[in-house]
Ligand binder design. Structure first.
Ligand code: SF4
Length: 430
């Protein structure tokens, strides 16, 4: 190993540019989840897709359609609904119809456990209205019966030309398979740890089920896989191994992530490690909503993870400093929030009017220490006066100081500058 000395001279062997921070790319097959002309590609070079799941009673068709619409408007590109009984299966075509009437074309995924084979057979309109079926191999039944019921669901997916996700979950792992792998492990000269056998069982369950589905005749491109666990290190280990052993598109998510900050941070920690390695073609953040919290929160966190990693851009980003003893007023916090709210709130209208505006970067900084520097790195930046500094706020546009704002209307004036900049740079005429 090279010995480092406290010297400013760069050793010749280290005199290389530091590699640019870019997520790796994993080559996968590309699946398509479609409703009518609306096709959402997953894997195979497509952008990492965001999906979410409703928590309404699916039998309540109107309530479910409303929540699907909210999730779709928030940015969910695929929405999963549970289909757990006959009432839910009967409601699915009505949910689809309501969405179509509202102009919401987001594809619906049906989440099946235990009775999916029967519900899909008994309710062909449900089977047709869904764009993808989630099949949990641990919940299709055991032994030959399980194989038959799994086969029945796959045949229906092939018949209706639907994608599937083989969604393994450690909370409902195929117990026969686990027992088989435990027995094999006991024969090893040096048995693996129980956790490692569990990892293997998750992956084997997904891969064996995918192979069966292809044998039955389903297009392998439309078979997506997931192996969800609720611990960050377990998830990273399992998906790294899964990614090496197949080229199916992978649905990535930390199951049962939890509530609030814990759920958001745990999901971001797990997903970021894997996404940076190119692992994960569609993501879901399994957040438990806090009482009164909108279900769309899980979508917003998923979007933020992808945007923070630079994998996708959804809304203009606001860089703001945390503030410190150099700026004791709340002015810059208020301005940062006002600009952030304004940019996010305007996106529904701006998406078509200002193509590319989601890549805009705005800096709102609290004082002269980092304010001018950070502002110059942004497309637009403002450096507010810290405590004791002159009551003026220099504004930077495209890295150059453009003007200085003064007085009580700094927030209003800066928002006007942002609006003008967006119109000029992203407007149709531009
Ligand atoms: S930019 Fe100024 S106010 Fe903001 S954190 Fe840095 S030193 Fe503190």
């Amino acid at each position: 190993m090279t010995e480092l000395h406290a010297s400013t001279a760069m050793p010749a062997e280290l005199d290389q540019p530091i590699a640019l921070g870019v997520a790796q790319v994993r080559k996968t097959r590309q699946g398509v989840v479609a409703w009518g002309d609306h096709r959402v590609t997953v894997g195979g070079g497509a952008p990492v897709r965001v999906q979410a799941m409703t928590n309404t009673d699916t039998a309540d068709a109107i309530g479910t359609a409303i929540q699907v619409k909210e999730l779709a408007l928030a940015g969910s590109e695929l929405v999963r609904i549970t289909v757990n009984n006959d009432e839910a299966a009967k409601a699915v075509p009505y949910i689809r119809e309501q969405l179509d009437r509202m102009g919401v074309t987001v594809p619906l995924i049906g989440d099946f456990h235990y009775n999916g084979h029967r519900l899909l057979s008994d309710h062909p309109a449900c089977a047709e209205a869904l764009s993808k079926y989630r099949i949990n191999p641990g919940n299709v039944g055991r032994g030959d019966k399980g194989d038959r019921q799994f086969g029945q669901m796959v045949e229906l997916a092939a018949k209706y030309d639907k994608a599937i996700r083989i969604g393994v979950n450690w909370g409902s792992l195929d117990q026969d398979l686990l027992a088989r792998l435990m027995d094999q492990n006991a024969q090893r000269a040096r048995p693996w740890e129980a956790r490692q056998v569990m990892y293997e069982a998750l992956i084997t369950s997904a891969l064996e089920s995918a192979a069966k589905a292809e044998e039955i005749g389903l297009n392998g491109n439309n078979i997506m896989l997931s192996c969800k666990v609720s611990n960050v290190q377990d998830l990273v280990a399992v998906y790294q191994a899964l990614a090496q052993r197949c080229d199916h598109a992978l649905h990535l998510g930390l199951t049962e992530a939890g509530m609030g900050t814990k759920g958001a941070v745990a999901s971001a920690a797990a997903l970021s490690v894997l996404l940076q390695q190119g692992i994960g073609d569609t993501i879901r953040v399994s957040l438990t909503p806090q009482p009164g919290e909108s279900r769309t929160q899980e979508v917003l966190i998923a979007l933020e993870i992808l945007q923070a990693l630079g994998l996708r851009a959804f809304v203009p980003s606001v860089t703001a400093c945390p503030g410190c003893g150099r700026t004791t007023s709340t002015t810059f916090q208020e301005l940062a929030k006002q600009i952030d709210d304004y940019l996010r709130g305007s996106m529904p209208q701006w998406r078509e009017r200002y193509p590319g505006v989601e890549n805009l970067k705005v800096a709102v900084m609290g004082c002269i220490v980092n304010g001018p520097g950070e502002s110059k790195h942004a497309d637009l930046g403002i450096s507010l006066p810290g405590t004791g500094e002159a009551p003026s706020a220099p504004v930077y546009i495209d890295g150059e100081k453009a003007m200085t704002l003064r007085g009580d209307a700094i927030a209003h004036d800066f928002q006007q500058i942002v609006e003008n900049y967006i119109e000029k740079r992203f407007g149709v005429e531009a």
